[in-house]
Design a protein around this ligand. Sequence first.
Ligand SMILES: Cc1ncc(COP(=O)(O)O)c(C=O)c1O
Length: 353
Amino acid sequence: MKKFDPISLARPNVLKLVPYVGEREAYTGKRAPVLLDSNENPYGEEALIRYPDNTFRELKARIATVKGVTAQQLVLGVGSDELIDMFVRAFCEPGRDNILISSPTFGMYHYYATLNNVGILDAPLTDDFQLDVAAIKAKVQPHTRALFICTPNNPTGNRMDPQAVRELVEWFDGFVVVDEAYIDFCPQYGLTAELARYPNLILLHTFSKAWGMAGLRMGVSLSSPEIADLLGRVRPPYNITTLSMQHLAQALQHPEKVAETARRIAANRVRLTEYLEQSRLFSRVCPSDTNFLLVYAERAHTIFQRAFEEGIIIRSFGPNKGRLTNALRINVGTEGENERLIALLARLETELQ
Ligand SMILES: Cc1ncc(COP(=O)(O)O)c(C=O)c1O
């Protein structure tokens, strides 16, 4: 296994932080405790009187079982978005360090780097939306702290070649953050098993996509326990609410439902893809391993606008957006939603001839 010391890459101020531990967390006595340590109001709403369990002991144990890792390898965030922010704050020195992304990709890497005054290097994906390994290697600088790799990638929908990902994780002496937000749609390609081999690898997972709980705002990072400890130091105390924890704990009892929905969405995606591919409106339908499709159309804006007027909201990237010019990102919906979309597109195909 390669040598990697995350402590040497953590920001000095982060190393000084002692994670907040409440008094009650140390209590192991048999008597029900009288909790007078946190200035709560005992006459409040019963289920919510107490601050949430900031140790996540039970919840992490459940997530660990479902993910096939140990609880010490996990950090919970308010969506995986918060984990991106936490990574940047833990390991990137503002005004000095940078991260490397491969556009077009998920916008939040850029957002949180900018928010934290951390630089962004871009080694764009190739024409078939794969990692340009040579370009990435050429772009990396001494102060590049992390390569952000999104696979399957948003907004293109495709997976990155696993050989390229491995090559980069082995080659790079900083962190490689692999965003697997959509991995539950193609679980056989997940990199969880590689965590044991690569101490610089961080995986980001979410419960917003195949788990179907975007409103819950729950994400989790998987990494070495050493990295998790450092990331955990910048996690705001009590970031996860009691209600979120309870809800997630219940959902985790039925991981088989996720596989079921993922299969259903994949079947809907295949049907939608078949329709889009034969439609004269679209010049390109990108292969997808996710719950969305990236398509290109000369009349992209008109299609977006007409769909919007009909109450069907899809994502338009607008003009002058580089390789996303004339691109639309369309979610795979329910069978009924897809039918409504297809009916509209069929009408537009005749109208826009
Ligand atoms: C690639 C990718 N990563 C992360 C996220 C954010 O997920 P969360 O809802 O967990 O913050 C998204 C959401 O669209 C995404 O597409």
